[in-house]
Structures are given as C-alpha cells and as structure tokens.
Design a protein around this ligand. Structure first.
Ligand code: TPP
Ligand code: MG
Length: 676
C-alpha cells in the first residue's frame, strides 16, 4: 500500500477544506482537516458503492455525525467525482449544493443530513439494523457495511449511550464507526469536560474497539480490514487525530491542536492560509485543484469498484433468477409499494381507547407488512405497539427476523434509529411512547421532517386524562408544539409533518391508513389512554365516514344553518357531540366537526372549509391542550376552551369535573359565548 499517496490525497483534501472555509469566511476547518485521513482511506479503498448508480440498494452507507465537518466530506466526494471544484467554491452560499451542514443528497453520496451532534451515528445504527433485517429475509445478496463517523461531540451527546447499548446488544457486526478523537471541541479541550475511558465504555457495551493513529493510512487500513472481519460485534475504531493537521502560522510555527481552529477560517484562528497550503504540499496561488496523484488514486478505485459491483450484481441476478418471488418482494420493498391491506378487517370493539384501536391496526399491519419495524421505548404494553409485537417477535443478537425493536428507555435514540431505518431504504418504521415524552424526541422528529422521512410516531396517553400519574405525565402544550410542524413546509415545499389526533376507533383506522400511505413526511399519531365513545354515523357506516379524516377535518354531527360550529379533535369530539344534542334540545343548532389534522384541513379548498365551518357562523373550539392548539383553525367570531396550566394527579373523571370538561360546563361556556 502506498501510504505516501494516501497522505498526499488527504493533504489535498485538507487544502480544499482550508480554501473552502476561507472563501466562505465561515465553517469548521480544524476537525475536518484531522478527519480527512480516515475519510480518504475509506472512500479510496474500502467503501463499496456504484459510481454509476448512487442509489444502488446494496451499497455501503456512510453516515457523518459531525455535520460541521462537511468540508471534509465535500472534499473527499470531490475527489470521488461527486462534487466539482466550482461547487466547492460555493460552500455555504445561497442555493449551493455545498450547504454549511450536509443535507441528504444520495445522488451525491450524502446519506444523511447532519448537524445536531449525536443523531448521525444513531441513524447509522438504524441503517445497520435495516440491513441485518433484510439479510434475514433475503440473504447475503443484500448485505453491506454501514460506516459511521463520530467526533468528540457525538461521543459526549447522551444519545450515544442508547446507540452504543443497542448496537452492542444486537451485535451489529456490520456497523463500523470511526471516532475522530482529536482532543479538541468547540470551546475547550476535551480533557476539560471528561475523563472517561471511551474505549472501556464501548467495550462494556459489547463493541469491538480498536485504537489507532488516526493520521496513519496504514494503521487506518488495517483497522478497517479488521473491522470488516468482525462477525459478532459492532466495531469502534478510535483514531487519534490531529486538529487542524498541517496548519501553520506565518512564521511557520504549528497551529495544530488549537481550539480556535474549530469553527472559523484558519486566518482568523491565528494560522496563515498560504503557509498552511504550502506546508501541505499545495500551491497557495492555485489552491482549488485536485492533484494528479489524487485523481489517479480515485480513478483506480473507480475501476476496482466497477468490477466489485459487477460481481455483486451478477450474484444478485443469479439469486433473483433462482428466487423470483423473493426478488419481486424485495423490489416491492425498494420501490416502497405497500401490500393490499383491507383496513375494514381491523378488529375493533365498541368505544375503544384510540391506543387500543391503534393496536388493532398494528396487529393487521404485522400480518401484512413484512418490511416494517415497530419499536417502543419500554412501553409496548402501554402505548399498545404490542399489537404489532404479538404477531411477530423482537430483534435479538444473531436473529434479525423479528419485526419489533425493544429500544429500552431511550426515546431519542429510538427515534433516530427509525430515521436511519428509513434512510437505509426498503423499510417502514414506527415507534411509540407516551405523548409527554415526545419532548425527548423533538430534535429527531425535526430531522425526520427536514429529511422527509415517513417515520410513524405513535404517542399515547394524550392529555390530562392520563389521570392519577399526575402533571409530569400529562401533556398539555405538546399538541400545540408538534402541530407547529404542520404549519411549516419542508425543503420540497410540502408540509413538514402530518399530525393526526383521531376522535374514535374508526378514525384511528383511517388515520393509520393515511400514515401508511404518507411517504413524504413523518406522521405523528396522538392517541388516548382512556376509552372513547364511538362517534355517531348518519350513514350507519362509521368507518366509511371516518375517512373524512383524509381532508384533515370533517363534519361528524351536521346541522342545517347552524348557530355555532363546535370544533375539536381526539377525546373532545364525542363530548361535543353530546353537547350539540343538548343544545339542540334548547333550540340551538350546533354542527360538530372533528379535526384530526388541522394542517391538512387548512390545506383544503375554501369551499370545502366553508362546508365544515361556514364563514359567518361562530366557532367554539374545545381542546385538552393549550387553547393555541386550535388557533390556526379559528376564523370570524370564535372562542377556544382549553387548558392553561399543568395538570394534576387524580382519577380522570375527577379531573374532567375540576377542569370543566363536562357536558354541563361546556354547555354553559357555549351559551355564554353565543350570548355575547
Ligand atoms: C446537539 C448539538 N449541540 C451543539 C452543537 C454545536 N457544536 C458544533 S461542533 C461542537 C463541538 C465539536 O467538537 P467535536 O465534535 O470534537 O468537533 P471538532 O471540534 O473536533 O471539530 C458543538 C458544540 C451541535 N452542532 N449539535
Ligand atoms: Mg474533537
């Protein structure tokens, strides 16, 4: 192996990194320069991908955790032919493909958006789980490695605890993670915040840990080769690297290891750009170039990849020919086609809690959808994702045929794993916990939304009616918060999330079908712990009527020329139906509408919206969340009765009384509102 050639190519990347950050007048050169040796070795010698087909399903995946090291990734990908020098020159500029932190772009070799430290490597765990799961169904023809790159920040983020535990517990030997250990972070040296023994920590989680000089291509190659041989455990390669490798000041003294090089152009950090470029073997007057030696290295790899990929494709074709049914199934997975599911077969009983109705749908899904992983953060029997579990079994070390992942008590890790499963491709993924703990998952849901990943989030125990567990367990402001995602569009200009709070079991079925059919963004399901009365159905077919949910909101109790529209979702709708009946007896005509998704309703035509909420009619909203939950729905003359405090510990019927969620109190609220 020609170490000099590899170091030269890494130096080439370092020069490009320094130039990019300098030109952009912002960015993170230090860590990027130190990590370039590993990334260069990986891309020029080991990562298996098809240069002609970036989406080739069996490619190795590379997940970058520290997105601030984007210039390192863009630099290496430029050598691999995925970015042009002109595109590197546009680093961090409006409309460029080289944004400050990488944004998912598989065509260019970017497998994940990264920036929030910690999440990137957990997505890699998800990808590794998806790969093992698919190998269990289809065999080695779909196997590949998942590589992750993590830095001090990711190692310190709490989420790494969950990822380390789960990957080690599952023995994900197809996962190889490089830890760029450069002893420096954003504002301090690493030894100012921790004295942990990282190697021992990962070993304790059942990882294969290898420690190497992270600047030495020979040592890095050996480590990657060893990791590739590992059959039982995930591997952590701790690479001791050098922050701002090669950076020097005007007088030639070293600036390596300086905290100041973390997040600003080298010139601002105290180094000299021209001297640094020179020190790295580059030409300060011509920094923007790919050296002939680097081009040769990557051209040779391209040739190697051609034959590696051709052999893999040949083996795949032979397998497909011998196993046409399996091959067709795999194709349907990759294309994201859903099997035929007759949702009317959902085993509903009268007046179910929506979490129980969800369990019934999940049970049906488990029977039909073989490429779906459902997970729970140790609440499966409470968030009722066990409806799915009962029809399958859990993933365990050495047996990846189960469709259920016991994530343990690690909500954020679980969610980031779901993102990784979807990023891998060919899979559906859902995860559950109590709605109140969605707080632990928001940064990940945000990344699902940004990356347009259709993860299904199942949140139960959706309001103060959690009851005796008290205010720590009672979500109040959560629906208003999560619905903000419905008001925001993603980078494709579409809604960034679909948030559904069904009002009864039939609506839960409709909402689950919508969730499964939604391939464009995450879906959040907000479900009740307590039983809910089935809503009335004028047609006699409540399930058919519940598909009004497809429009986000629809009339459940119609009234001709109503005096008032009563608007709610979830558990509040059946209460309003009763109130409407009582108002009717007093000569007040109330039309009740259910709004499982406010965002989706607001996206409907004005005509449709007026048919549900006629323009001149007063609107009374009821919510067990903050009143502002319903504000985006309100127009004209309106009032919302909601919840403006933390909840309380007591049986939920008592809480209904105390907080005024009774027929009598809501009646009088409405009458007072109409009298105004
Ligand atoms: C969740 C999260 N918190 C904070 C930050 C801001 N931030 C960016 S890099 C960094 C620390 C970087 O240290 P390290 O990971 O060692 O990178 P290096 O300095 O070696 O480049 C921080 C705190 C972030 N991106 N994500
Ligand atoms: Mg560091």
């Amino acid at each position: 192996m020609d170490s000099t050639k590899l170091t030269k190519a890494a130096d080439n990347v370092r020069v490009l990194i320094a130039a990019m950050v300098e030109k952009a007048k912002s960015g993170h050169p230090g860590g990027s320069m130190g990590g370039a040796d590993f990334t260069n070795v990986l891309y020029s010698k080991y990562l298996v991908y098809d240069p002609e087909d970036p989406r080739w399903f069996c490619r190795d995946r590379f997940f970058l955790d520290p997105g601030h090291m984007s210039p390192m990734l863009y630099g290496v990908l430029a050598l691999a032919g995925k970015f042009s020098i002109d595109e590197l020159k546009e680093f961090r500029q409006w409309g460029s493909v080289t944004s400050g932190h990488p944004e998912l772009d598989v065509e260019r070799g970017i497998e994940n958006s990264s920036g929030p430290l910690g999440q990137g490597h957990v997505m890699a765990v998800g990808s590794a789980i998806a790969e093992r799961f698919l190998v269990a169904q289809f065999g080695e023809v779909v196997s590949h490695k998942t590589y992750a790159f993590i830095s001090d920040g990711g190692i310190q983020e709490e989420i790494s605890q969950g990822a380390g535990r789960i990957a080690g517990y599952l023995g994900l030997s197809n996962l190889i993670m490089f830890y760029d250990s450069n002893d420096v972070q954003l504002s301090t040296k690493v030894n100012e915040v921790t004295c942990e023994d990282t190697a021992a920590k990962y070993r304790a989680w059942n990882w294969n840990v290898i420690e190497v000089d992270g600047s030495n291509p020979q040592a890095l190659s050996s480590a990657i080769e060893l990791a590739n041989l590992e059959k039982e455990r995930p591997t952590l390669i701790i690479g001791h690297t050098i922050m701002a490798k090669g950076a020097v000041a005007a007088d030639g003294t070293s600036c390596e290891g300086w905290v100041s090089t973390h997040g600003q152009p080298l010139s601002k950090a105290g180094a000299d750009l021209a001297k640094t470029v020179e020190n790295l073997g580059g030409d300060p007057d011509d920094m923007w170039k790919i050296y002939d030696e680097s081009a040769e290295l990557y051209a040779a790899r391209r040739e190697e990849l051609k034959s590696i990929v051709a052999a893999r494709r040949e083996a795949f074709d032979a397998w497909a020919k011998a196993n046409p049914e399996l091959a067709a199934k795999l194709e349907s997975y990759i294309e994201g086609r859903l099997p035929e599911i007759d949702y009317t077969k959902t085993a509903l009983k009268p007046n179910m809690a929506t979490r129980s109705a969800s369990a019934a749908v999940l049970s049906l899904l488990a029977e039909h959808v073989d490429n779906m992983i459902v997970s729970s953060a140790d609440l499966a029997n409470s968030d009722k994702t066990d409806g799915f579990l009962k029809k399958t079994h859990a993933l365990v070390r050495g047996d990846y045929s189960g469709k259920f992942l016991h994530a343990g008590v690690a909500e954020m890790t679980m969610a980031a794993i779901m993102n990784g499963i979807i990023l891998h491709g060919g899979m559906h993924a859902a995860c559950g916990t109590f709605f109140v703990f969605s707080d632990y998952m928001k940064p990940v849901i945000r990344m699902s939304a940004l990356m347009e990943l259709p993860v299904k989030y199942v949140f139960t125990h959706d309001a103060f009616r959690v009851g005796e567990d008290g205010p720590t367990h009672q979500p109040v402001e959560h629906e208003a918060q999560i619905r903000l995602m419905e008001q925001m569009s993603n980078l494709s200009g579409k809604p960034s999330a679909l948030v559904l709070r069904p009002a009864d079991s039939a609506e839960t079925v409709a909402c689950w079908q919508m969730a499964m059919e939604n391939k464009e963004c995450p879906t959040v399901m907000i479900l009740s712990r307590q039983d809910l009365e089935d809503l009335p159905a004028a047609s006699g077919d409540r399930l058919a009527e519940a598909y009004g949910a497809r429009k986000g909101g629809y009339v459940v109790c119609p009234a001709e020329n109503p005096d008032v529209v009563l608007a709610a979702n979830g558990s509040e709708v059946s209460l309003l139906c009763k109130v409407a009946e009582a108002l009717g007896a007093k000569g007040i005509k109330a039309q009740v509408a259910s709004f499982p998704s406010i965002g989706l309703f607001n996206a409907q035509s004005e005509d449709y919206r007026n048919s549900v909420m006629p323009a001149s009619v007063k609107v009374f909203g009821l919510t067990a969340g903050l009143p502002s939950t319903l504000y985006p729905l309100m127009k004209g003359d309106w009032k919302v009765y909601g919840f403006e405090r933390f909840g309380a510990s007591a049986p939920y019927k008592v809480l209904d009384e105390k907080f005024g969620f009774t027929e009598a109190n809501i009646m009088s609220e409405i009458e007072a509102f109409l009298a105004k």
